[in-house]
Design a protein. Structure first.
Lengths: 253, 153
């Protein structure tokens, strides 16, 4: 694997995370429990999709085959996606959506913080821009996890169920492979395993306040960020996200 | 036509309204970072506010249309993402106009200083997000009116 090949994979991982999660969150548009939450979710989705344009735009540049961010988003199939499995998990109820967002935001904010000092100035610039938006996402998802976790008996139970269901998808965010080793050696991105301690501290603090209990098992489902095996949910998501290009190949405004 | 000065171009751009908040201009918003002539080509560098803000492409089109209306034909719009846009770049004129319009201007403290309608300091946050990516939703506890707060980033 050359450095550019590894760099391309790394950029797909960043861009596919924000693309797939952004699409998932956008599925709430018009359906959230109250208007304010609907607006908040739609804005979060918008930020994530905006960040996708930057990551996948750069991925196309590094790949050097003349592909745009749109080409990469709409003309690849499941096996080519490199998002972490957590991002493709279904929305479930509102609590599950918020828990997934919090578990992702916590990782995202720490990762972007490190990427701001990347040796590649394009990566550093995207990270600096995105981290301002993600600080907001984290503030909101963290507050909402506390509000619902330490809320009524029912909201508490739903948040605990969401945490139990989603936590096995957290470990993948910190699994390192050859791509990560190459990126770390080039000073482009940190080795993800080095972010775990900070993540555990941040998540632990919020979950404590939310009176929620972290599952004991560190078992982790893997395969999303390497593309080896996605869950069955991603294919369904893509049929919706990509339907226009599938029905009318090459359609444009 | 003689080449208009860079100052003249800034003045023209200061008349291009933000499509979402038309009381302030794209210059007030601080997203026009640089204007320069490269031979006979006018290069305008624009920094987007939020990465997914749908107004960004409309703003670029409005800037181009305004410059063409003033007779500039060769225009290049450049997107510049670093340094990232910050609300520190809002002009004083822009901040005052936001407030008159009913949008509380950004404050380093992280929340509005006062209600833009009645001036009361008894305000509370409803949601971190509002009607556009750049705003949050607040309400006044005295006049009871809801209002937008321009988020400080």
């Amino acid at each position: 694997m050359t450095r550019d090949e590894a760099f391309f994979q790394f950029l797909l991982r960043m861009g596919d995370n924000t693309l797939i999660l952004g699409h998932r969150v956008s599925e709430w548009c018009g359906h959230a429990p109250v208007l304010e939450e609907d607006i908040a979710l739609a804005n979060t989705a918008l930020d994530l999709i905006g960040q996708t344009q930057m990551w996948l735009g750069l991925a196309g540049e590094v790949q050097g085959e003349g592909k745009s961010a749109d080409d990469l988003a709409f003309l690849r199939d499941v096996w080519d996606f490199r998002n972490a499995l957590l991002c493709e998990m279904p929305n479930g109820d509102f609590g599950q959506t918020i828990m997934r967002q919090f578990l992702f935001d916590a990782w995202h904010s720490i990762m972007l913080g490190r990427l701001m000092t990347s040796s590649d100035e394009r990566v550093a610039a995207i990270a600096a821009k995105a981290s301002k938006e993600v600080a907001y996402h984290l503030e909101r998802s963290g507050d909402t996890v506390v509000g619902l976790g330490d809320g009524t008996d029912e909201s508490h139970q739903r948040m605990q169920d969401a945490l139990d269901y989603l936590y096995p998808y957290v470990g993948e965010l910190f699994a390192s492979d050859d791509v990560d080793a190459e990126m770390a050696a080039a000073g482009i991105a940190p080795d993800p395993s080095g972010l775990r301690e900070e993540y555990d501290a941040l998540v632990g603090r919020v979950l404590d306040e939310a009176t929620l209990t972290l599952p004991k098992s560190r078992f982790a489902h893997k395969g999303g960020r390497t593309g080896q095996m996605h869950t069955e949910h991603l294919g369904h998501l893509l049929t919706q996200m990509q339907w226009l290009q599938r029905a009318y190949p090459g359609a444009s405004w | 036509m003689p080449q208009p000065s860079v100052e003249q171009v800034w003045e023209w751009l200061d008349a291009v309204p933000d499509p979402e908040i038309p009381v302030i201009s794209v210059v007030d918003l601080g997203i026009v970072r640089e204007v320069e002539w490269q031979d006979d080509m006018l290069v305008v560098s624009v920094t987007p506010t939020y990465s997914g803000c749908p107004a960004t492409s409309v703003i670029s089109m409005d800037i181009e249309t305004a410059l063409r209306d003033h007779g500039v034909d060769k225009i290049k719009l450049q997107t510049r993402i670093a340094p990232a846009w910050t609300t520190d770049w809002l002009s004083e004129k822009g901040r005052a106009r936001l407030e008159e319009y009913g949008i509380a201007p950004p404050q380093a403290a992280g929340g509005p200083e006062k209600c833009p309608h009645c001036g009361s300091k008894a305000v509370e946050k409803v949601s971190q997000f509002g009607s556009t990516p750049c705003k949050a939703h607040w309400r006044c506890k005295d006049c009871l009116e809801p209002f937008d707060y321009f988020k400080c980033i």
